[in-house]
Design a protein around this ligand. Structure first.
Ligand code: PNS
Length: 158
């Protein structure tokens, strides 16, 4: 039984995240999507809503669990879950520069490996912060996030 952890803020989930989650599910018996929140910071969406957005978007029949974590090191979460790898998507060199020190630190701490999947080039420009900003100012983010997330972004305009 192999299990991986796909961690992130997912505030909110994008189609880029979902692509990685679905592809991770093809590589591991079980994927745990870890929605990590900083208890002292208010995000764009409450954690419960972020979990719901992901649960609604993950295709049926995949072995994917979606759970929230806060105030904990990622490596401790991975260990508690029995996850053998942390899986992350890379959109390009900037992501790699941001992710590499974290991957090395996490391996230093417990030996857990990070597996990088190349992000879908069609979604290279997609991030939670960018889609939120574009939507906030009236831009259409259809196709970049699930429709229910787009609708929630539209609903919080103003
Ligand atoms: O979606 P994000 O915001 O890029 O995700 C970053 C996240 C939450 C995966 C990262 O900040 C993280 O791992 N936080 C948990 C605390 C931790 O372990 N920090 C040390 C990382 S080396």
């Amino acid at each position: 039984m192999t299990r991986c952890l796909c961690p992130g803020s997912y505030d909110p989930v994008t189609n880029g995240h979902l692509d990685i989650i679905v592809r991770a599910a093809a590589l591991y018996d079980e994927v745990v999507v870890g929605v990590l929140h900083n208890p002292s910071k208010r995000g764009r969406f409450p954690v419960e809503q972020r979990l719901e957005f992901i649960r609604e978007a993950v295709p049926e029949g995949l072995s994917v669990r979606v759970e929230a974590f806060g105030g904990q090191l990622l490596v401790d979460i991975a260990q508690e879950l029995g996850a053998t790898a942390i899986v992350k998507g890379l959109r390009g060199g900037t992501d790699f520069a941001y992710e590499l020190p974290m991957a090395l630190m996490n391996r230093h701490l417990t030996g857990v490996e990070t597996v990088f999947l190349p992000g879908d080039p069609a979604l290279e420009h997609v991030s939670s912060s960018l889609v939120s900003e574009v939507s906030q100012y009236g831009g259409d983010v259809s196709g970049l996030v699930p429709d229910h997330v787009r609708d929630a972004l539209v609903a919080r305009r103003g």
